[in-house]
Design a protein around this ligand. Sequence first.
Ligand code: ZN
Length: 426
Amino acid sequence: MTKAEKIRQTLLQTRERRKNQIPVVYQLKINLNSAEKETKDKLFKLFLEAKWLYNYIVADIENRLNEDADKLKEVEIKVGESFEKREITNLTLQMKQALVERIKQNLYDLHRQKQKGYKTGKLQFKHHVNSIPLKQFGNTFKFINQQKTRVKIQGIKKPLRVLGGHQILEGVEIAKAELIKKPSGIHLFVTCYIDRDKYTKIWEHRKNRKGVVKPRVWQTFDSVAGVDFKPIGLMLSSGLKFEWLIKETERLKTLQKELARQQKGSKRWYKTKEKIAREYERITNIKYDIINKVCSFLYRYRTVCFQEDHIKCWKEGYFSKSVHYSAVGIIKRRLSDSLRVPAVAIKSNIPTTKTCSRCGSRQEISLSDRIFKCSVCGLEIDRDLNSAINMLKSVGLDRSELTPVEWETSARIFGNNPYILVSHTT
Ligand SMILES: [Zn+2]
Protein backbone atom coordinates (compact mmCIF):
# COMPACT_ATOMS: atom_id res chain seq x y z
CA MET A 1 0.00 0.00 0.00
CA THR A 2 1.28 3.46 -0.86
CA LYS A 3 1.25 6.28 1.62
CA ALA A 4 -1.64 8.04 -0.13
CA GLU A 5 -3.73 4.86 -0.01
CA LYS A 6 -3.01 4.44 3.67
CA ILE A 7 -4.16 7.97 4.42
CA ARG A 8 -7.33 7.40 2.41
CA GLN A 9 -7.99 4.21 4.33
CA THR A 10 -7.64 5.94 7.69
CA LEU A 11 -9.89 8.78 6.60
CA LEU A 12 -12.60 6.34 5.57
CA GLN A 13 -12.32 4.49 8.87
CA THR A 14 -12.59 7.75 10.81
CA ARG A 15 -15.65 8.81 8.86
CA GLU A 16 -17.30 5.47 9.60
CA ARG A 17 -16.51 5.79 13.31
CA ARG A 18 -17.82 9.39 13.52
CA LYS A 19 -21.29 8.24 12.49
CA ASN A 20 -21.91 6.88 15.97
CA GLN A 21 -20.06 9.57 17.85
CA ILE A 22 -20.86 13.05 19.00
CA PRO A 23 -18.35 15.88 19.33
CA VAL A 24 -17.73 17.53 22.67
CA VAL A 25 -15.49 20.56 23.05
CA TYR A 26 -13.67 21.13 26.32
CA GLN A 27 -12.24 24.53 27.11
CA LEU A 28 -8.99 24.47 29.01
CA LYS A 29 -7.01 27.47 30.10
CA ILE A 30 -3.27 27.60 29.79
CA ASN A 31 -1.74 28.67 33.06
CA LEU A 32 1.08 31.02 32.17
CA ASN A 33 1.84 32.15 35.72
CA SER A 34 4.68 29.72 36.18
CA ALA A 35 5.83 29.64 32.56
CA GLU A 36 9.17 31.09 31.59
CA LYS A 37 9.30 34.30 29.64
CA GLU A 38 10.75 32.55 26.63
CA THR A 39 7.83 30.10 26.49
CA LYS A 40 5.29 32.89 26.87
CA ASP A 41 6.88 34.95 24.11
CA LYS A 42 6.93 31.95 21.81
CA LEU A 43 3.26 31.28 22.44
CA PHE A 44 2.21 34.86 21.70
CA LYS A 45 4.48 34.98 18.67
CA LEU A 46 2.46 32.12 17.13
CA PHE A 47 -0.57 34.37 16.78
CA LEU A 48 1.49 37.20 15.31
CA GLU A 49 3.14 34.94 12.75
CA ALA A 50 -0.22 33.44 11.86
CA LYS A 51 -1.45 36.94 11.10
CA TRP A 52 1.60 37.71 8.97
CA LEU A 53 1.19 34.49 7.03
CA TYR A 54 -2.53 35.02 6.50
CA ASN A 55 -2.18 38.59 5.28
CA TYR A 56 0.84 37.81 3.11
CA ILE A 57 -1.08 35.11 1.21
CA VAL A 58 -4.30 37.11 1.03
CA ALA A 59 -2.43 40.12 -0.43
CA ASP A 60 -1.65 38.18 -3.63
CA ILE A 61 -3.85 35.17 -3.45
CA GLU A 62 -3.49 34.07 -7.11
CA ASN A 63 0.26 33.64 -6.87
CA ARG A 64 0.78 32.85 -3.23
CA LEU A 65 -1.90 30.26 -2.51
CA ASN A 66 -0.09 27.34 -4.10
CA GLU A 67 1.22 24.01 -2.87
CA ASP A 68 4.30 25.68 -1.43
CA ALA A 69 2.26 28.10 0.66
CA ASP A 70 2.67 26.05 3.83
CA LYS A 71 6.44 25.90 3.40
CA LEU A 72 6.89 29.66 3.54
CA LYS A 73 9.74 30.63 5.84
CA GLU A 74 9.76 34.34 5.14
CA VAL A 75 6.97 36.80 4.47
CA GLU A 76 6.71 40.49 3.74
CA ILE A 77 4.66 42.71 5.95
CA LYS A 78 3.58 46.26 5.41
CA VAL A 79 5.14 48.72 7.81
CA GLY A 80 3.88 52.22 7.17
CA GLU A 81 4.25 52.72 3.42
CA SER A 82 7.04 50.23 2.78
CA PHE A 83 7.42 46.46 3.05
CA GLU A 84 9.70 44.62 5.44
CA LYS A 85 10.75 41.02 5.58
CA ARG A 86 9.81 38.85 8.56
CA GLU A 87 10.92 35.33 9.30
CA ILE A 88 8.47 32.71 10.39
CA THR A 89 10.24 30.69 13.02
CA ASN A 90 7.66 29.56 15.55
CA LEU A 91 4.83 28.17 13.44
CA THR A 92 5.42 24.52 12.60
CA LEU A 93 4.72 22.95 9.23
CA GLN A 94 1.46 21.37 10.40
CA MET A 95 0.24 24.65 11.86
CA LYS A 96 1.00 26.41 8.58
CA GLN A 97 -0.78 23.69 6.64
CA ALA A 98 -3.86 24.11 8.78
CA LEU A 99 -3.76 27.89 8.41
CA VAL A 100 -3.47 27.63 4.62
CA GLU A 101 -6.38 25.19 4.63
CA ARG A 102 -8.35 27.75 6.53
CA ILE A 103 -7.74 30.37 3.81
CA LYS A 104 -8.93 27.85 1.23
CA GLN A 105 -12.04 27.20 3.29
CA ASN A 106 -12.71 30.93 3.57
CA LEU A 107 -12.37 31.28 -0.21
CA TYR A 108 -14.76 28.40 -0.71
CA ASP A 109 -17.28 29.98 1.68
CA LEU A 110 -17.09 33.24 -0.26
CA HIS A 111 -17.64 31.32 -3.47
CA ARG A 112 -20.72 29.62 -2.02
CA GLN A 113 -22.10 32.96 -0.88
CA LYS A 114 -21.62 34.36 -4.38
CA GLN A 115 -23.48 31.39 -5.85
CA LYS A 116 -26.38 32.10 -3.56
CA GLY A 117 -26.57 35.60 -4.99
CA TYR A 118 -24.93 37.57 -2.20
CA LYS A 119 -22.60 40.41 -3.01
CA THR A 120 -19.09 39.32 -2.09
CA GLY A 121 -15.76 41.04 -2.23
CA LYS A 122 -12.27 39.68 -1.76
CA LEU A 123 -10.85 38.09 1.38
CA GLN A 124 -10.03 40.88 3.79
CA PHE A 125 -6.82 41.44 5.71
CA LYS A 126 -6.97 40.54 9.36
CA HIS A 127 -6.04 42.80 12.26
CA HIS A 128 -5.75 39.80 14.55
CA VAL A 129 -5.56 36.07 14.21
CA ASN A 130 -6.81 34.71 17.49
CA SER A 131 -6.80 31.00 16.87
CA ILE A 132 -4.18 28.50 15.83
CA PRO A 133 -5.43 25.11 14.68
CA LEU A 134 -3.71 22.05 16.11
CA LYS A 135 -5.03 19.31 13.92
CA GLN A 136 -3.44 16.06 14.98
CA PHE A 137 -3.65 14.89 18.55
CA GLY A 138 -0.41 13.20 19.54
CA ASN A 139 1.49 15.21 16.97
CA THR A 140 0.69 18.89 17.29
CA PHE A 141 -0.34 18.60 20.91
CA LYS A 142 -0.47 15.93 23.58
CA PHE A 143 -1.08 15.53 27.27
CA ILE A 144 2.01 14.36 29.03
CA ASN A 145 0.42 13.14 32.24
CA GLN A 146 -2.64 11.14 33.12
CA GLN A 147 -4.38 13.93 35.04
CA LYS A 148 -4.15 16.08 31.87
CA THR A 149 -2.64 19.01 33.70
CA ARG A 150 0.30 19.38 31.36
CA VAL A 151 0.22 19.73 27.63
CA LYS A 152 3.01 19.69 25.10
CA ILE A 153 2.54 21.85 22.07
CA GLN A 154 4.51 21.28 18.90
CA GLY A 155 7.32 23.74 18.51
CA ILE A 156 7.36 24.78 22.16
CA LYS A 157 10.05 23.03 24.11
CA LYS A 158 8.64 23.10 27.63
CA PRO A 159 5.24 21.58 28.42
CA LEU A 160 2.56 24.02 29.53
CA ARG A 161 0.32 23.80 32.56
CA VAL A 162 -3.39 23.70 31.77
CA LEU A 163 -6.46 24.09 33.95
CA GLY A 164 -9.62 22.11 33.38
CA GLY A 165 -8.18 18.91 31.90
CA HIS A 166 -10.11 16.85 34.45
CA GLN A 167 -13.34 17.55 32.51
CA ILE A 168 -12.21 15.27 29.70
CA LEU A 169 -13.91 11.95 30.40
CA GLU A 170 -12.00 8.68 30.41
CA GLY A 171 -12.11 6.81 27.15
CA VAL A 172 -13.10 9.64 24.83
CA GLU A 173 -11.29 10.04 21.55
CA ILE A 174 -9.32 13.27 21.51
CA ALA A 175 -9.23 14.52 17.93
CA LYS A 176 -7.95 18.06 17.57
CA ALA A 177 -7.56 21.33 19.37
CA GLU A 178 -7.26 25.03 18.82
CA LEU A 179 -5.17 27.58 20.64
CA ILE A 180 -7.46 30.53 21.33
CA LYS A 181 -6.22 33.95 22.37
CA LYS A 182 -8.65 35.84 24.54
CA PRO A 183 -8.17 39.06 26.51
CA SER A 184 -7.83 37.01 29.69
CA GLY A 185 -5.16 34.72 28.31
CA ILE A 186 -4.57 31.75 26.06
CA HIS A 187 -6.99 28.84 26.03
CA LEU A 188 -6.90 25.39 24.52
CA PHE A 189 -10.19 24.20 23.05
CA VAL A 190 -10.01 20.44 22.74
CA THR A 191 -12.46 18.64 20.45
CA CYS A 192 -13.21 15.07 21.51
CA TYR A 193 -15.49 12.41 20.12
CA ILE A 194 -17.52 10.21 22.39
CA ASP A 195 -19.64 7.20 21.47
CA ARG A 196 -23.33 8.00 21.33
CA ASP A 197 -24.33 5.04 23.53
CA LYS A 198 -21.64 5.77 26.05
CA TYR A 199 -22.62 9.43 26.29
CA THR A 200 -26.29 8.66 26.91
CA LYS A 201 -25.30 5.99 29.42
CA ILE A 202 -23.22 8.42 31.44
CA TRP A 203 -26.17 10.78 31.69
CA GLU A 204 -28.68 8.03 32.35
CA HIS A 205 -26.41 6.82 35.11
CA ARG A 206 -26.26 10.28 36.64
CA LYS A 207 -30.01 10.69 36.36
CA ASN A 208 -30.69 7.36 38.05
CA ARG A 209 -28.53 7.87 41.09
CA LYS A 210 -31.62 8.53 43.16
CA GLY A 211 -31.47 8.38 46.91
CA VAL A 212 -27.70 8.42 47.03
CA VAL A 213 -26.83 10.94 49.69
CA LYS A 214 -23.96 12.80 48.15
CA PRO A 215 -23.43 16.51 48.10
CA ARG A 216 -23.37 16.59 44.33
CA VAL A 217 -26.05 14.11 43.37
CA TRP A 218 -27.66 14.82 40.01
CA GLN A 219 -31.16 15.68 41.23
CA THR A 220 -33.90 14.92 38.70
CA PHE A 221 -37.57 15.83 38.55
CA ASP A 222 -40.24 13.37 37.63
CA SER A 223 -42.34 16.03 35.91
CA VAL A 224 -42.45 17.50 32.42
CA ALA A 225 -41.95 21.20 31.72
CA GLY A 226 -43.40 23.61 29.22
CA VAL A 227 -41.08 26.56 28.70
CA ASP A 228 -42.08 30.01 27.53
CA PHE A 229 -39.02 31.98 26.47
CA LYS A 230 -38.75 35.76 26.76
CA PRO A 231 -35.84 37.91 25.65
CA ILE A 232 -34.76 38.31 29.26
CA GLY A 233 -35.80 35.04 30.81
CA LEU A 234 -38.19 32.14 30.81
CA MET A 235 -41.29 30.84 32.53
CA LEU A 236 -41.88 27.19 33.31
CA SER A 237 -45.32 25.58 33.37
CA SER A 238 -44.87 24.88 37.07
CA GLY A 239 -44.84 28.62 37.68
CA LEU A 240 -41.09 28.92 38.18
CA LYS A 241 -39.75 32.06 36.55
CA PHE A 242 -36.15 32.92 35.69
CA GLU A 243 -35.13 36.40 34.68
CA TRP A 244 -31.62 37.40 33.86
CA LEU A 245 -29.86 40.68 33.76
CA ILE A 246 -26.92 40.71 31.42
CA LYS A 247 -25.97 44.28 30.83
CA GLU A 248 -23.14 46.72 30.49
CA THR A 249 -21.31 46.96 33.78
CA GLU A 250 -20.50 50.23 35.50
CA ARG A 251 -16.85 49.45 35.03
CA LEU A 252 -17.32 49.17 31.28
CA LYS A 253 -18.99 52.57 31.13
CA THR A 254 -16.20 54.16 33.17
CA LEU A 255 -13.54 52.59 30.96
CA GLN A 256 -15.25 53.74 27.79
CA LYS A 257 -15.38 57.30 29.09
CA GLU A 258 -11.71 57.04 29.99
CA LEU A 259 -10.85 55.81 26.50
CA ALA A 260 -12.67 58.72 24.88
CA ARG A 261 -10.52 61.17 26.86
CA GLN A 262 -7.21 59.55 26.02
CA GLN A 263 -5.11 60.22 22.97
CA LYS A 264 -5.74 57.64 20.30
CA GLY A 265 -2.77 55.36 19.77
CA SER A 266 -1.02 56.33 22.99
CA LYS A 267 0.27 53.80 25.48
CA ARG A 268 -2.52 54.51 27.94
CA TRP A 269 -5.13 54.30 25.22
CA TYR A 270 -3.98 50.78 24.35
CA LYS A 271 -3.99 49.81 28.01
CA THR A 272 -7.57 50.99 28.43
CA LYS A 273 -8.58 49.18 25.25
CA GLU A 274 -7.21 45.96 26.68
CA LYS A 275 -9.12 46.50 29.91
CA ILE A 276 -12.32 47.03 27.92
CA ALA A 277 -11.74 43.83 25.98
CA ARG A 278 -11.31 41.96 29.26
CA GLU A 279 -14.51 43.45 30.63
CA TYR A 280 -16.42 42.36 27.52
CA GLU A 281 -15.05 38.87 27.98
CA ARG A 282 -16.26 38.92 31.58
CA ILE A 283 -19.78 39.84 30.43
CA THR A 284 -19.71 36.99 27.91
CA ASN A 285 -18.63 34.65 30.68
CA ILE A 286 -21.57 35.79 32.80
CA LYS A 287 -23.86 35.08 29.87
CA TYR A 288 -22.50 31.58 29.40
CA ASP A 289 -22.68 30.90 33.12
CA ILE A 290 -26.40 31.68 33.01
CA ILE A 291 -26.90 29.58 29.89
CA ASN A 292 -25.08 26.62 31.44
CA LYS A 293 -27.05 26.86 34.65
CA VAL A 294 -30.43 27.18 32.95
CA CYS A 295 -29.66 24.22 30.69
CA SER A 296 -28.41 22.19 33.62
CA PHE A 297 -31.72 22.85 35.36
CA LEU A 298 -33.86 21.98 32.34
CA TYR A 299 -31.95 18.77 31.64
CA ARG A 300 -33.36 17.38 34.88
CA TYR A 301 -36.94 17.17 33.58
CA ARG A 302 -38.42 14.10 31.97
CA THR A 303 -39.37 16.13 28.90
CA VAL A 304 -39.11 19.77 27.95
CA CYS A 305 -41.54 21.47 25.54
CA PHE A 306 -40.89 24.86 24.00
CA GLN A 307 -41.98 26.80 20.98
CA GLU A 308 -39.89 27.13 17.85
CA ASP A 309 -38.32 30.45 17.07
CA HIS A 310 -40.46 33.48 16.91
CA ILE A 311 -37.76 35.75 18.24
CA LYS A 312 -38.19 38.20 15.35
CA CYS A 313 -41.62 39.34 16.48
CA TRP A 314 -40.44 40.26 19.94
CA LYS A 315 -41.01 43.83 20.88
CA GLU A 316 -38.01 46.07 20.52
CA GLY A 317 -36.69 48.36 23.19
CA TYR A 318 -34.80 45.98 25.47
CA PHE A 319 -31.27 46.85 26.30
CA SER A 320 -28.64 45.27 24.02
CA LYS A 321 -31.04 42.89 22.37
CA SER A 322 -28.36 40.84 20.74
CA VAL A 323 -27.00 39.69 24.08
CA HIS A 324 -30.35 38.47 25.31
CA TYR A 325 -31.45 37.03 22.01
CA SER A 326 -28.35 34.99 21.61
CA ALA A 327 -28.73 33.58 25.13
CA VAL A 328 -32.23 32.30 24.40
CA GLY A 329 -31.14 31.04 20.99
CA ILE A 330 -28.26 29.10 22.51
CA ILE A 331 -30.47 27.54 25.20
CA LYS A 332 -33.02 26.44 22.60
CA ARG A 333 -30.35 24.98 20.37
CA ARG A 334 -28.76 23.11 23.24
CA LEU A 335 -32.10 21.67 24.28
CA SER A 336 -32.89 20.42 20.79
CA ASP A 337 -29.41 18.99 20.27
CA SER A 338 -28.99 17.48 23.68
CA LEU A 339 -29.28 13.78 24.28
CA ARG A 340 -29.77 14.41 27.99
CA VAL A 341 -33.41 15.40 27.80
CA PRO A 342 -36.05 14.64 25.16
CA ALA A 343 -37.05 18.09 23.98
CA VAL A 344 -40.17 18.76 21.94
CA ALA A 345 -40.20 21.88 19.79
CA ILE A 346 -43.71 23.07 19.05
CA LYS A 347 -44.47 24.81 15.73
CA SER A 348 -44.39 28.58 15.93
CA ASN A 349 -47.89 28.97 14.41
CA ILE A 350 -49.68 27.45 17.41
CA PRO A 351 -51.25 30.36 19.32
CA THR A 352 -50.02 29.52 22.81
CA THR A 353 -50.52 33.04 24.17
CA LYS A 354 -54.06 33.51 22.90
CA THR A 355 -55.53 30.23 24.10
CA CYS A 356 -57.02 29.67 27.54
CA SER A 357 -55.10 26.93 29.29
CA ARG A 358 -58.18 25.73 31.20
CA CYS A 359 -61.00 25.62 28.67
CA GLY A 360 -59.17 26.04 25.38
CA SER A 361 -61.13 29.01 24.06
CA ARG A 362 -59.39 31.65 21.94
CA GLN A 363 -59.04 35.17 23.41
CA GLU A 364 -57.45 38.35 22.12
CA ILE A 365 -54.71 39.64 24.41
CA SER A 366 -52.69 42.78 23.84
CA LEU A 367 -48.91 42.90 24.27
CA SER A 368 -49.16 45.09 27.36
CA ASP A 369 -51.51 42.76 29.25
CA ARG A 370 -49.60 40.79 31.85
CA ILE A 371 -52.66 38.81 32.95
CA PHE A 372 -54.67 36.51 30.72
CA LYS A 373 -58.41 36.76 31.48
CA CYS A 374 -60.76 34.17 30.02
CA SER A 375 -64.28 35.43 29.29
CA VAL A 376 -65.61 31.87 28.94
CA CYS A 377 -64.45 30.12 32.11
CA GLY A 378 -63.27 33.12 34.10
CA LEU A 379 -59.63 31.99 34.49
CA GLU A 380 -57.18 34.72 35.45
CA ILE A 381 -53.55 33.74 35.00
CA ASP A 382 -50.11 35.21 34.23
CA ARG A 383 -49.82 35.39 30.45
CA ASP A 384 -46.43 33.66 30.29
CA LEU A 385 -47.56 30.91 32.62
CA ASN A 386 -50.66 30.44 30.48
CA SER A 387 -48.59 29.99 27.34
CA ALA A 388 -46.12 27.68 29.11
CA ILE A 389 -49.00 25.40 30.14
CA ASN A 390 -50.35 25.50 26.59
CA MET A 391 -47.04 24.17 25.27
CA LEU A 392 -47.56 21.03 27.32
CA LYS A 393 -51.22 20.79 26.32
CA SER A 394 -50.42 20.98 22.63
CA VAL A 395 -48.48 17.70 22.90
CA GLY A 396 -51.04 16.09 25.20
CA LEU A 397 -49.19 16.45 28.49
CA ASP A 398 -50.54 17.73 31.79
CA ARG A 399 -49.09 20.42 33.94
CA SER A 400 -47.68 19.53 37.34
CA GLU A 401 -47.36 21.79 40.35
CA LEU A 402 -44.00 23.06 41.53
CA THR A 403 -42.39 20.44 43.75
CA PRO A 404 -40.13 21.20 46.72
CA VAL A 405 -37.32 19.35 44.92
CA GLU A 406 -37.52 21.71 41.96
CA TRP A 407 -37.56 24.72 44.25
CA GLU A 408 -34.60 23.54 46.30
CA THR A 409 -32.59 22.65 43.22
CA SER A 410 -33.25 26.02 41.63
CA ALA A 411 -32.14 27.70 44.84
CA ARG A 412 -28.97 25.61 44.88
CA ILE A 413 -28.08 26.31 41.26
CA PHE A 414 -29.02 29.98 41.02
CA GLY A 415 -28.89 30.92 44.69
CA ASN A 416 -25.74 32.98 44.72
CA ASN A 417 -25.78 34.25 41.16
CA PRO A 418 -26.56 37.97 41.26
CA TYR A 419 -27.37 38.10 37.54
CA ILE A 420 -30.38 35.81 37.64
CA LEU A 421 -33.60 36.21 39.52
CA VAL A 422 -35.81 33.25 40.42
CA SER A 423 -39.44 33.73 41.42
CA HIS A 424 -42.63 31.71 41.59
CA THR A 425 -46.07 32.54 40.14
CA THR A 426 -49.21 30.56 40.87
ZN1 ZN B 1 -61.15 29.61 29.75
